[in-house]
Design a protein around this ligand. Structure first.
Ligand code: OXD
Ligand code: MN
Length: 594
């Protein structure tokens, strides 16, 4: 019998049940010690599960290739398994807990015979913070253990923090045999339980991340009066040394990691402005006695998309990956045993293996070297812009919430909601248009409320209600804004340069929060006066800036139709306040005269 790391009978009973179900050859409790991690890395290198990279250039870094059938989150295999279907709502796949447990038990049955089971205790959030929550993930994958070690705080400390409590999230993961037809990610919000089988891709198997910190936690927040959101958190320091914090929700692949690690334009840097990164993907928010919303980043690492990341587009992310990082599904340069991906630099390796492990020549091959969803798993503490407060147990106070999407025409560069209720409407109607690269069809709208469409663990109608409620409970809530970095002209060219220049928009947002700048009230909310966006040092014409801030009546009218269709799905679960806001918007747009 293996020595357990806890005497907590709730934990031990559950672990025993999983052992009986999966029947592993060995059981290993992960204590989080460097010694244990070292031996796991060695073991995984021996089996080929990971490859040690060039330790001079990439100390502590490893390379992993997943099965080509298993390279992304699978929304159609992801289920919310609560007792009543209506509580999962129209935007989630639902399965009854009975059916999901039965199906899961069938798949998990003896799936770890001849394998080692790893039991990973972990904390989402700094251990001991009043915001934090404990989870335990049982898995048969060393890759999962090593990634969880970067993305969360693993080991004995978390069990000590849990004590005798039964309040922990029970995660079971097995690669099984990576059978796509039996791949499921089941969430049981009523039981604090997650079961994931037949996948080894991060988003499906690092159960602390999307599964716990968003799907399960969003439901916990609904029950316990807090919020789990798909948001980055950053701090903006002005030359006086004052720091204001912003959290921002964007759909996947809209540049959250880039914004979280933004470097201000040179003119601002010279004056003493700085951006501090607190988190790049998830925020847990609570109301404190001061009536403000305070946020922590529950994660400890970045699980970032590699292609497109380079020293120009995101210097801080690149630096974060230079040590103790795991690279998944990128290209492997055989000359010096380092990594490469599209847009890494202008010098692709000629003697390489692509993400599938096939010989690949970056100069001549027409195929991509890295999978478009290839990833780096990097410790947050590596990031040069990491905030001194990123692990503050009390979190950071949020001044502004930003919602954003990828819209060609509809949304202006930035606008502010009239108040919290209107801001919730702005978040609830967030959307992104597909780009040619992602679907072959340009401009198809996917509505993605608060960027939580694939991550909300309960009925989104109730989720909107929870947002409205939190605004009523917080007497000093953040101001709510919407941004769109992706507006184009009639030739399809971007009007706004994006990246570090987005700081100019953040400055306007912070100034609005501090009542330092005026705005125009238009049909959709407050819009900057053209002269109030600082464009010093930026080569952009007034005409362009004006067109970034105009409203196009026709595309808003069309958007309203799409919102009506989307809201219709929620029936009487849609809070009345959101319909009221829709009616105000309709009226305002009708009265526009262009
Ligand atoms: C992510 C996502 O991986 O949102 O963060 O898909
Ligand atoms: Mn994300």
């Amino acid at each position: 019998m293996v020595q357990a790391l806890t005497k907590n009978s709730n934990v031990l009973k559950w672990v025993d049940e999983v052992i009986i179900m999966t029947n592993p050859k060995n059981v290993v409790w992960i204590d989080g010690s460097e010694e244990q991690l070292k031996s796991l890395r060695k073991n995984a290198c021996e089996t080929g599960e990971i490859i040690e990279l060039n330790q001079e250039k990439y100390p502590g870094c490893y390379y992993h290739r997943s099965n080509p059938n298993d390279v992304a989150r699978m929304e159609d295999r992801t289920f919310i398994c609560c007792s009543k279907e209506e509580n999962a709502g129209p935007t989630n796949n639902w399965m009854s807990p009975e059916n999901a447990y039965e199906l899961g038990r069938d798949i998990f049955n003896s799936c770890m015979v001849n394998r080692t089971m790893y039991i990973i205790p972990y904390s989402m959030g700094p251990v001991g913070s009043p915001f934090s929550k404990i989870g335990i993930e049982i898995t048969d994958s060393i890759y999962v253990v090593l990634n969880m070690n970067i993305m969360t705080r693993i080991g004995q400390e978390s069990l000590d923090e849990l004590g005798d409590s039964s309040d922990f999230v029970r995660g079971v993961h097995s690669k099984c045999n990576l059978d796509e037809n039996k791949r499921y990610i089941f969430h049981f919000p009523e039981d604090n339980t997650i079961w994931s089988c037949n996948s080894a891709y991060g988003g499906n198997v690092l159960l602390g991340k999307k599964c716990f910190a968003l799907r399960i936690a969003s439901y916990q927040g609904f029950k316990e009066d807090w919020m789990a959101e798909h948001m980055l958190i950053l701090g903006i320091e002005n030359p006086k040394g004052e720091v204001k914090y912003i959290s921002a929700a964007f759909p996947s692949a809209c540049g959250k990691t880039n914004l979280a690690m933004l470097i201000p334009p040179e003119g601002y840097r010279k004056k003493g402005y700085k951006v501090w990164t607190v988190g790049d993907d998830i925020a847990w928010l609570r109301i404190k006695e001061d009536g403000r919303l305070w946020a922590i980043n529950p994660e400890a690492g970045f699980f970032g998309v590699a292609p497109g990341t380079n020293e120009k587009s995101n210097y801080n992310a690149m630096m974060s990956t230079k040590k103790d990082t795991i690279f998944t599904n990128v290209a492997l340069n055989l000359d010096d045993n380092t990594v490469w991906w599209e847009k890494f630099d202008d010098n692709p390796p000629e003697n390489a293996l692509d993400w599938r492990g096939n010989p690949w020549n970056g100069r001549t091959s027409t195929e991509k070297g890295a999978h478009p969803n290839s990833r780096f798993t990097a410790p947050a503490k590596n990031c040069p812009s990491i905030s001194p407060n990123w692990e503050a147990p009390e979190g950071v106070p949020i001044s502004a919430i930003i919602f954003g999407g990828r819209r060609r025409k509809t949304a202006p560069l930035v606008y502010q909601s009239r108040d919290w209720q209107h801001g919730v409407f702005v978040g609830a109607t967030m959307a992104s248009e597909t780009t040619a690269a992602s679907s072959g069809k340009v401009g198809v709208i996917r509505r993605d409320p608060m960027a939580m469409l694939p991550f909300c663990g309960y009925n989104m109608g109730d989720y909107f209600g929870h947002w409205l409620d939190m605004g009523k409970k917080a007497c000093n809530p953040p101001k709510i804004f919407h941004v769109n970095w992706f507006r184009t002209n009639d030739n399809g060219e971007f009007l706004w340069p994006g990246f570090g220049e987005n700081f100019r928009v953040l400055e306007w947002i912070i100034d609005r929060c501090e009542d330092l700048v005026d705005a125009e009230e238009l049909a959709i909310g407050y819009i900057p006066k053209v002269n109030d966006i600082n464009v010093e040092g930026l080569n952009i014409s007034n005409e362009k800036l004006e067109s970034l801030l105009t409203l196009d009546k026709e595309s808003w009218a069309e958007d309203i139709k799409s919102i009506e269709g989307f809201f219709g799905k929620f029936g009487d679960k849609l809070p009345k306040e959101l319909n009221d806001e829709l009616n105000i918007l309709k009226n305002n747009i009708n009265n526009l005269n262009n």
